[in-house]
Design a protein around this ligand. Structure first.
Ligand code: PMV
Length: 343
């Protein structure tokens, strides 16, 4: 029996990944930062299976101690996708005990942190017991990608790129950390406004597939490529106002792609627009570096710099809180990425 336990945080994309080719190859590079408090904690126990060598693995999944057979198909599909790298998984029983620090459907990508945590557990057991060598972060990222695209970025802390960009940096197969980050971007906050915790009407999987044959797809993919280059320059020089302009344009473009898909869909809610108006008003009157981004959902990510923290807490949050379900705002910030904990 082999056991390990990893914590992996979720991430929020500034330049969005929306549209992919076969084998989880992104249509354009994306760039995110990894969070601190919104994470998945996963313990993996590998037991010699009763089945003969060469058989598929079997899995048992527990979420917060409760058996979750409905999670098995996605995890089995993931394990089959990484078997070539980790052939010892064959015929084993994998017991997965997992939990998140954030609520389901909160607008925080649980697939990103969940797949990153599991990929780190598997890479750890591989390099400790089955093929002793040092932990290969890029392999953990590559596996995580096969579970959920955006998960590959959660394998690193700080700002992270996934996808080859025109400056020759990055890879479509795994994520890489962004090296040059100005001190003004070393700390960056993400306060997540829970405006709607209902199930999304359209999943990311369907959303990605609707980019095939989308009338604006090729221009959008070009824009994503340009924006990754622009964003890296912004991160290097520390220009917060350009950062906010690019970030908000990316968020609204993502949702514009949804609205112009066939069939069209809208994931924003009236409260999302109301919150955006309040953030814009606040920025206009205070001139502080505060903006927003959106994932594939209605909840808004309030993104800001350290020098805005006090004013956000004291003046902006009271204006936004009443829009949130049960006044819920998840307060997070950039973090260091996954780490192993005592199992
Ligand atoms: O990783 P997926 O397949 O759930 O897609 C994520 C897509 C967005 O969250 C909308 C954007 C991104 O780059 O994270």
């Amino acid at each position: 029996m082999y056991t390990t336990r990893w914590i992996a945080p979720s991430n929020i994309a500034i330049v969005k990944y929306w549209g992919k080719f076969d084998h989880q190859i992104p249509a354009n590079p994306s760039l995110s930062f990894t969070l601190t408090h919104s994470y998945t904690d996963t313990k993996l126990i590998v037991i010699e299976g009763k089945t003969t060598q060469g058989d598929d693995p079997t899995v048992e999944v527990y979420y917060d101690g409760i058996p979750k057979p409905e999670f098995q198909p996605k995890i089995l599909k993931f394990l089959k996708a990484i078997l070539h790298e980790y052939p010892w998984i064959m015929g084993k029983l994998l017991k997965i005990e997992t939990k998140n620090t954030f609520p389901h459907s909160s607008g925080i990508a649980s697939s990103a942190s969940g797949m990153a945590a599991l990929a780190c557990c598997i890479e750890d057991l591989h390099t400790t017991h089955f093929a002793p060598q040092s932990f290969r972060w890029h392999k953990a990222s590559e596996s995580a990608r096969l579970g959920s695209g955006s998960a590959c970025r959660s394998v690193y802390g700080g700002f992270v790129q996934w996808g080859l960009s025109s400056d020759g940096e990055g890879s479509d197969l795994y994520a890489t950390p962004v090296q040059q980050v100005h001190p003004d971007f070393k700390t960056i906050y993400d306060f997540i406004l829970i405006l709607d915790s209902g199930e999304k009407s359209v999943s990311s999987t369907v959303g990605h597939s609707l980019m095939k044959g989308h009338p604006f797809a090729s221009r959008r993919f070009e824009q994503g490529k340009e924006n990754v280059i622009r964003l890296k320059e912004i991160l290097k020089t520390g220009n917060w106002s350009s950062f906010i302009e690019l970030m908000e344009s990316e968020a609204l473009t993502l949702h514009a792609m949804m609205m112009t898909s066939t069939p069209p869909f809208i994931l924003m809610k009236p409260k999302t627009l109301e919150a955006i108006q309040k953030i814009w008003q606040f920025r206009q009157t205070t001139n502080l570096p505060v903006g927003f981004t959106l994932d594939a959902g209605a909840n808004l990510h309030l993104i800001f710099a350290t020098n805005a923290l006090e004013a956000v807490e004291q003046k902006l949050l009271p204006e936004l809180q009443y829009l949130c379900e049960q006044n819920l705002i998840i307060k997070d910030l950039i973090g260091r990425g996954p780490y192993k904990v005592d199992s």
